[in-house]
Each structure stands twice: as structure tokens, then as C-alpha cells.
Design a protein around this ligand. Structure first.
Ligand code: GLP
Length: 241
């Protein structure tokens, strides 16, 4: 794992976006794996800026998101469909046929997971998968205990994860209890993993990822076994306790 230490959130966001822009400039059919949460918002803003300055086009890009809440439709303000549209897609030249996010309102969620895997396969390998880090080490919504060999699946969210994400909802009761997430095996098939970590709150999790053992009890630890991982972490997150 290559660890790039940066000063703050802004520098992390700029560095991350430049890694993506580099791929988009070089490759004819780039496939990006995207994440939600607060961490990648600055990176998305930086991509939008590059688009507005006419230094990039997304017309040849495909994107796959990591996860979606079960039960929230694409118009729900807390769905990840809505998040991606607001934070990135509606600001750039990417069509709806180029962006993929699991459908948390599908009648048959198991079939939806299989379809999502199929769509990823058809696009070829994900070139760069962007990840945030959950406080309990989750990546996507793969909670502690998830098998390293998991593919896209439905997961029961832990109470601690629902609490951590309650800040986006009116109350914790409104946070869905389940989500669809790419599996650990799906995520680690990506050619390059770009993990973004910002803020003191994440310092303990980052330290465990770097120094702890590789275990399904701490899903992000799998990244130690991936040949091509870049962690961009700011000073506050590196102040490991
Ligand atoms: C959610 C998302 C993850 C994200 C994590 C951290 O649970 N499913 O993909 O990495 O939150 O979120 P944040 O970036 O807001 O700390």
C-alpha cells in the first residue's frame, strides 16, 4: 500500500481527483468505481471544476457505485442515486446510461445483485475504485464479519453504522436497516484502489488498517493483500492513536 500524506481535506480531494483525471485523459474507456459519504464530496467538486474549465469530458467514462440503501428510491434525498446526481452527475457531461448504482427498490434484491455483477463484468474491470473508510473498517457497506470472498449482496447494517450515517437523516429511525453493496471480492478485483481518509475521527481505523492484522473482522484490512492501493490521508487522520 502506498500512503500519501497530505495536509488537509482540500489537498486530499485535489490529489484524488487528479488520479482520476489522469486515467480519464489517458484511457479510451475508463471504468470508475465511486463512493458516497462525506469523504469524496471534495473530490467530486474538484472533478466538476475541471469539467467547467473544459479540461475534461466524461462522455467516454463508465461509473459503478459501491452501494445503495435498500428501500430508498432514486428520488429519495438520502438515496445514493440522489447523492451522486447532486454531487457529481448532473454537473458533468455523463449520461444516465453510463452510470450504474444498485437499485435498492428492486422487487427481487438477490436478482438485482446478480444483475449488478453482470453489468460490472460487461464493462470489463474497474480501473480505479474510490473508497472511504467506515469507523468500524467497513468498505462499501461490507460490515465486520463479511466474507472476503463476497460478491455484490444485501447486508444488514450495524447499529453503529446507522448511527454514524444518521447525520444525513432527520433521525436514526429513518436510516434503512439494509443496503446492497459490492462484495469485498468485487471491490478488490479493481486494478487500483484509491482509499481516502480524512479527519481525526478516522485515525484509529486508519492505524488499524495499516498496522493491524488482516481479518474479516476489519474489512478494510483486505487492502493489505491488494497489489495496487493508494491511500490518501490527511494529517488529522494520520495522527494515529
Ligand atoms: C458509508 C458508505 C461508505 C463510506 C462510509 C464513510 O457507510 N457506505 O462507502 O465510505 O460511509 O463515510 P464518510 O465518508 O461520511 O465518513
Amino acid at each position: 500500500m502506498k500512503i500519501v500524506k497530505v495536509k488537509d481535506y482540500q489537498e486530499m480531494s485535489q490529489k484524488a481527483s487528479s488520479v482520476l483525471l489522469d486515467l480519464i485523459a489517458k484511457k479510451a474507456d475508463p471504468v470508475l468505481g465511486l463512493a458516497t459519504g462525506s469523504t469524496p464530496i471534495g473530490m467530486y467538486q474538484s472533478l466538476i471544476k475541471a469539467y467547467e474549465q473544459e479540461t475534461v469530458s466524461f462522455k467516454h467514462v463508465k461509473t459503478f457505485n459501491l452501494d445503495e440503501y435498500v428501500g430508498l428510491g432514486r428520488q429519495h434525498p438520502n438515496s445514493y442515486h440522489y447523492f451522486m446526481n447532486e454531487k457529481l452527475f448532473k454537473h458533468i457531461d455523463i449520461g444516465s446510461g453510463q452510470t450504474f448504482i444498485p437499485d435498492g427498490t428492486a422487487n427481487d434484491l438477490v436478482v438485482e445483485c446478480q444483475n449488478y455483477e453482470q453489468q460490472i463484468r460487461e464493462a470489463g474491470q474497474i480501473d480505479i475504485q474510490v473508497l472511504g473508510l467506515g469507523l468500524n473498517g467497513h468498505i462499501g457497506f461490507n460490515e465486520p464479519g463479511t466474507s472476503f470472498s463476497s460478491r455484490t449482496h444485501v447486508i444488514d447494517l450495524m447499529e453503529s453504522t446507522r448511527l454514524a450515517n444518521a447525520r444525513f437523516f432527520d433521525s436514526v429511525d429513518e436510516v434503512p436497516t439494509q443496503a446492497i453493496t459490492m462484495g469485498i471480492d468485487t471491490i478488490t478485483e479493481s486494478k487500483l484502489i484509491l482509499l481516502l481518509v480524512s479527519g481525526e475521527k478516522k485515525a484509529t481505523a486508519l492505524a488499524r488498517l495499516i498496522n493491524g492484522e488482516v481479518s474479516e473482522e476489519f474489512p478494510a484490512s483486505i487492502l493489505n493483500r491488494h497489489p495496487n492501493v493508494i491511500i490518501i490521508a490527511d494529517e488529522a487522520a494520520c495522527r494515529c492513536r
